[in-house]
Design a protein around this ligand. Structure first.
Ligand code: FES
Ligand SMILES: [Fe+2]
Length: 466
């Protein structure tokens, strides 16, 4: 979904609720442009917003009744750990503490209401549900008898057992192991066998089922609140749709928050240093000025002093999923076909780890494609993994988002800064809609999720000083 669409929806929703003074107060208190100081009475307003959200506690929910138990809430232990990471010297270093928050902590579990690649098709069999964690949520992934994958919150609404613990597929339905309740692909309960054939309970019970698509060998889920942010079509980059491009999927699971991974993707200059001894990234100048150009759905950051020599440009797109495109030259030994491109997505697992898909694409077809595949299997893939291993080591060495408390940005971080700003804008646009919905009493698909998001807002302010 484009930022403009989200923003327009947020504004129209806020207008539609402006008749309510409570809603107006809540909206104003919710919106904080990135880096702006909190108003003097912000504590009062935060409490007001939180207490208003408690009215949602009567909303039927498929998540636990306690916000602190919700997988969306930022655990207090994380907040404490981040605060505790501030050494005495850093706490009194005004260059650090006075800097506006680099990013809202609410983003650490991902930007909701976007498509994310969550699993590879080849790894999902049939017959039973498996458990995965994405965007901090425990999810049950299963494939029905027609081959269609489904993603549920991994918690049976009867008494909370995990579907992934023994849940079995029967035709188009998933059956919980504990008492046999059955659910169709939409998440609607269809049978309560412990009550016999005729029961009204089934109609009243449902579980959140996220929209799912299976494209290009991957399972994609739209993780968010579809009643507030209807899912847009999943749009894949051109290279994935054209027959004259070919590619390979590389999957990387790292102990690094997804925000650190995507920072890295918008930072071309690291290639000349971190990957200086690699097969593909050893050439070119080791310093540069970088420039940013706007794109329809994102931006490009590029070196001003060279092109086609190293990792010289990279793009960020937000068109319903958040994805990245960059190009890397190949040596002659990689065969015909020119440079290769990386199309990247990073899906948060939890606050500490992420799952990234890097598609290595090349403009080849016919015999050139077969030759590339051959060389890829012989040695190119190994060389690429050596580069990714360097990325893994350095990103994990940052030890989480608390690394941002000590940053001193260079001009070459211009892409990182722009990325964070755009994510912040998208995040706060969403918060406006969530809060307006809560204040207007509109019933979200999961009232507890809104509570959790509100809690995350408060926790974020404590976690990162402004
Ligand atoms: S907890 Fe799933 S059927 Fe009882
Ligand atoms: Fe890298």
């Amino acid at each position: 979904m484009s930022r403009s669409r989200v923003g327009a929806f947020a504004r129209s929703f806020a207008r539609s609720t402006s008749a309510s003074p409570v809603a107006t107060t809540l909206c104003r208190s919710a919106i904080r442009p990135s880096g702006a100081r909190l108003p003097a009475d912000s504590r009062h307003k935060r409490l007001t917003a939180a207490s208003a959200s408690s009215s949602l506690s009567n909303v039927p929910s498929d998540t636990p009744s306690s916000a602190s138990n919700s997988s969306n809430a930022i655990p207090r232990s994380v907040v404490r750990r981040q605060s505790g990471d501030l050494s005495r010297s850093a706490r009194y270093d005004t260059r650090v503490v006075k800097r506006p928050a680099a990013i809202d902590a609410g983003l650490q579990l991902g930007l909701r209401n976007r498509w994310y690649p969550i699993f590879e098709s080849k790894d999902l069999g049939s017959g039973k549900a498996i458990g995965i964690k994405r965007l901090g949520e425990e999810l049950a992934l299963w494939r029905d008898s027609s081959g269609q994958p489904h993603v549920f919150i991994d918690r049976c609404p009867h008494r909370g057992a995990a579907f992934s613990e023994g849940g079995t597929v029967h035709g188009q339905e998933l059956q919980c192991w504990y008492h046999g309740f059955r659910y169709d692909g939409s998440g609607q309960c269809t049978a309560v066998p412990v009550e016999g054939e005729q029961t009204a309970l089934a109609n009243r019970v449902s579980i959140t089922s996220y929209p799912v698509e299976e494209r290009w060998g991957m399972i994609w889920a739209y993780i968010g609140e579809v009643d507030l942010f209807p899912s847009p079509p999943l749009e894949l980059p051109d290279e994935m749709l054209r027959p004259d491009w070919a590619g390979h999927i590389a999957r990387a699971t790292w102990r690094a928050n997804w925000l650190l991974v995507i920072d890295n993707l918008m930072d071309p200059m690291h290639a000349s240093w971190l990957h200086a001894k690699s097969y593909t990234l050893s050439k070119g100048k080791k310093s540069a000025r970088l420039a940013v150009r706007e794109l329809d759905d994102g931006f490009i950051v590029e070196r001003e002093n060279q092109r086609g020599v190293n990792f010289d440009w990279t793009e960020y797109h937000d068109n319903g999923s958040l994805w990245f495109r960059l190009e890397i030259p190949y040596p002659r030994s990689a065969g015909p076909g020119g440079p290769f491109r990386i199309l990247g997505w990073s899906t948060p697992v939890d606050a500490e780890s992420s799952l990234s898909y890097f598609l290595r694409m090349r403009h080849v077809s016919g015999w050139q494609r077969r030759l590339w595949d051959l060389l890829y299997g012989l040695y190119l893939e190994r060389n690429h993994w050596n580069v990714l291993e360097q990325d893994r080591r350095i990103l994990e060495s940052q030890r989480g988002l608390s690394s941002r408390l000590w940053e001193h940005m260079a001009q070459t971080d211009i892409g990182v800064v722009r990325l964070r700003r755009m994510l912040n804008e998208a995040y706060w646009s969403q918060q406006e809609v969530y809060l307006a919905a809560a204040a207007a009493g509109r019933k979200p698909s999961s009232g507890e999720r809104v509570k959790a998001l509100l809690a995350a807002r408060g926790a974020g302010r404590e976690a990162i000083p402004v």
